[in-house]
Design a protein around this ligand. Structure first.
Ligand code: APR
Length: 237
């Protein structure tokens, strides 16, 4: 078991698995289909160009579903870590469900976007989905009238915050991945960067992640059970 002091620089990366105990289905669980849609139809720019109303229906539904969920013990354990490690702690998430912020995490880097955010396909202005009219199939930009699109990083697009993430991976002492299959890049490669730069690597996951060979310490199980116990040990006086 690794000991972590208050000045240990910690970076955490979360994936769909951390929200599973809140009732949100993970991607791999759905067998490559998202609520019976092909990934390329709902999670690519070309899918949006082909049928924006379908893509909007899909994301509005996912946003509504996420509104009825609550953070679980793993999300709250990360808030505790943020308080304990303070400026030495960074949280990166691939999740778009907003549950880290709902739990109280101050600055989760949502590298794949957020379900409650959308932006204009022409002038790029950002808006909150809760300010758009749910009865309009394709919401329009209040500024320029063009289509709005979900603020979700689709396949083939560049994730947000990559330079900040790379910077913190290079200087961290410990890198922890939670609830992520290690299949989708670039996030799946962060563990290699961190390890190569000298960090200890820890995984908490229900199954062995695909990048297990780069992990120093693997805790198999549900993050809502495993993480709070580990955080207790890491932050023990
Ligand atoms: N606790 C911990 N891990 C869990 C739990 C749980 N309760 N339930 C499931 N898991 C694990 C699964 O074993 C799996 O390895 O979480 C992982 C979820 O993997 P994915 O569904 O692939 O999710 P993720 O890694 O976040 O996907 C990455 O792929 O589809 C894209 O952009 C999308 O952000 C997403 C990215």
């Amino acid at each position: 078991m690794m000991r972590l002091s208050r000045t240990t620089k910690v970076v955490v990366l979360t994936g769909a698995g951390i929200s599973a105990e809140s009732g949100i289905r993970t991607f791999r669980e759905s067998g490559g289909l998202w609520e019976n849609h092909k990934v390329e139809d709902v999670a690519t720019w070309s899918g949006f160009e082909k049928d924006p109303a379908l893509v909007w229906k899909f994301y509005r539904q996912r946003w509504e579903d996420s509104n009825s969920t609550k953070p679980n013990a793993a999300h709250y354990a990360l808030v505790e870590m943020e308080h304990y490690y303070a400026q030495h702690f960074s949280l990166v998430t691939q999740n778009v469900d907003g549950l880290h912020s709902a739990a109280g995490s101050k600055n989760p880097l949502e590298m794949h976007g957020n379900l409650n955010s959308c932006f204009c396909t022409t002038c790029r202005a950002k808006f909150k989905l809760h300010d758009t009219d749910p009865d309009i199939a394709i919401p329009l930009c209040p500024k320029c009238g063009a289509y709005l699109r979900p603020d979700i990083v689709w396949f083939g697009e560049i994730p947000y915050f990559l330079s900040e993430i790379e910077h913190s991976l290079k200087k961290c002492d410990v890198f922890i991945i939670i609830g992520t299959s290690g299949l989708v890049y670039p996030a799946a490669g962060f563990v290699m960067t961190a390890k190569l730069m000298g960090a200890k690597t820890i995984a908490i996951n229900l199954e062995a992640p695909d990048n297990l060979s780069f992990i120093d310490e693997f805790h198999q199980g549900k993050s809502g059970e495993v993480l709070p116990a580990l955080v207790k040990e890491w932050t023990a006086p």
